[in-house]
Design a protein around this ligand. Structure first.
Ligand SMILES: Nc1ncnc2c1ncn2[C@@H]1O[C@H](COP(=O)(O)OS(=O)(=O)O)[C@@H](OP(=O)(O)O)[C@H]1O
Ligand SMILES: Nc1ncnc2c1ncn2[C@@H]1O[C@H](COP(=O)(O)OP(=O)(O)O)[C@@H](O)[C@H]1O
Length: 273
C-alpha cells in the first residue's frame, strides 16, 4: 500500500511509476512495500526465492564509509551496493543475464543473426537487447574511427555496456566485427565464467564480399575506404568460441542459426532464473 501523503519514490512521482499502479505485477508489490516503509528499508531474499522481503537497515544515511578507490583516471570513488541484486532481477525476468558476442567480417550476417535471435527469444518471453556495432557508432561511439586503437575502444565500451545489461538480467546480444582477439577476450574477462558466449560467424571473405550489401567491399577494393576489415585490416578468428555458425551441419539460414544459439542457451540454463 502506498503511504498516505507519499508524493515520490526514487525521485519519480508515484502516479507516474508503472509498477506502483500495476497491482498484478510482482515488481509492483516490491515497489509498494518500499514506499510504505519510507525509504528506511532494504530487501533480503525470501526463503522461497520469490518476492524479496524487507528488513530494517540504516538506509543510505549513516551508512559506513567503504574504502575509496582509484580506477583509471577516476580518483576517490566508491562502489555502491543495493540490496536489490542481479539474482532478484533475474527472478523477475525468469532468465539469466548474459552476453552473446557475435563476431565476424562485415557482411557475415551478424546483424541478421542478432535480430533473428532476438525475435526467437522474444517469442519465448525472454528479454534481450541488441548492441549492434553500426548502431552504437551512431551515438555512444560516434567519436571513434576504424583505426586500431579506436576499434579497441569501441569494443571496450560495448563490452562494458553489455556487462551492465547482463547485470540487469537481460540477454545482451553484441554484434560487432570486433576483429582483434585480445579485445574480445578482454570483454570475456569482464563477466563471470559462462556468461560470455562468443558466436563466430564463420563465413569466408569471398561470400561476404559477394554479398556486399552496402557496397563497402567494392569501395575498399577500389582503395576508396582504407583499413577495411578483411581487405587491408586484419580479422583474427576466435580460437575457442562457444559457437561457430555458417557450417552446413548447423544450418545456414538465419533462423537455423538463431535456433542453434537458443538451444545452447537453453542447455546452459540461461532461459530460466
Ligand atoms: N574500415 C572499416 N572496416 C570495417 N567496417 C567498416 C569500416 N568502415 C565502415 N565500416 C562499417 O562499420 C561497421 C562495423 O562497425 P563495428 O563497430 O562492428 O566495427 S569494429 O568492431 O569496431 O571493427 C560495418 O558494419 P557491418 O557490415 O554490419 O559489420 C561497416 O558497415
Ligand atoms: N544466414 C544467411 N544466409 C544468407 N544470407 C545472409 C545470411 N545472413 C545474412 N545474410 C545477408 O547477408 C548480408 C549481410 O548481412 P548482415 O546481417 O548485415 O551482416 P553483418 O551485420 O555481419 O554486416 C545481408 O544482405 C543479409 O540479408
Amino acid at each position: 500500500m502506498i503511504a498516505a501523503g507519499a508524493k515520490s519514490f526514487l525521485g519519480l512521482p508515484i502516479s507516474s511509476h508503472k509498477g506502483i499502479s500495476d497491482s498484478n505485477s510482482r515488481s509492483s508489490g516490491v515497489l509498494r512495500a518500499c514506499v510504505s516503509m519510507e525509504g528506511s528499508q532494504t530487501m533480503s531474499h525470501n526463503k522461497n526465492g520469490s518476492i524479496p522481503e524487507l528488513k530494517s537497515s540504516n538506509g543510505h544515511i549513516g551508512q559506513k564509509q567503504g574504502p575509496l578507490s582509484t580506477v583509471g583516471n577516476s580518483t576517490n570513488i566508491k562502489w555502491h551496493e543495493c540490496p536489490v541484486e542481479k539474482v532478484d532481477r533475474q527472478r523477475l525476468l525468469d532468465q539469466k543475464g548474459c552476453v552473446i558476442w557475435v563476431t565476424g567480417l562485415s557482411g557475415s550476417g551478424k546483424s541478421t543473426l542478432a535480430c533473428a535471435l532476438n525475435q526467437k527469444l522474444y517469442q519465448k518471453g525472454k528479454l534481450c537487447y541488441i548492441l549492434d556495432g553500426d548502431n552504437v557508432r551512431h551515438g555512444l561511439n560516434r567519436d571513434l574511427s576504424f583505426k586500431a586503437e579506436d576499434r579497441a575502444e569501441n569494443i571496450r565500451r560495448v563490452g562494458e555496456v553489455a556487462k551492465l545489461f547482463a547485470d540487469a538480467g537481460i540477454i545482451c546480444i553484441a554484434s560487432l566485427i570486433s576483429p582483434y582477439r585480445v579485445d574480445r577476450d578482454t570483454c570475456r574477462s569482464l563477466l563471470p565464467a559462462g556468461d560470455f558466449v562468443e558466436v563466430f560467424m564463420d563465413v569466408p571473405l569471398e561470400v561476404c564480399e559477394a554479398r556486399d550489401p552496402k557496397g563497402l567491399y567494392k569501395l575498399a577494393r577500389a582503395g576508396k575506404i582504407k583499413g577495411f576489415t578483411g581487405i587491408d585490416d586484419p580479422y583474427e578468428p576466435p580460437l575457442n568460441c562457444e559457437i561457430a555458425l555458417g557450417h552446413e551441419e548447423k544450418g545456414t539460414s538465419p533462423i537455423e542459426m538463431a535456433e542453434t544459439v537458443v538451444a545452447y542457451l537453453e542447455h546452459k540454463g540461461y532461459l530460466q532464473a
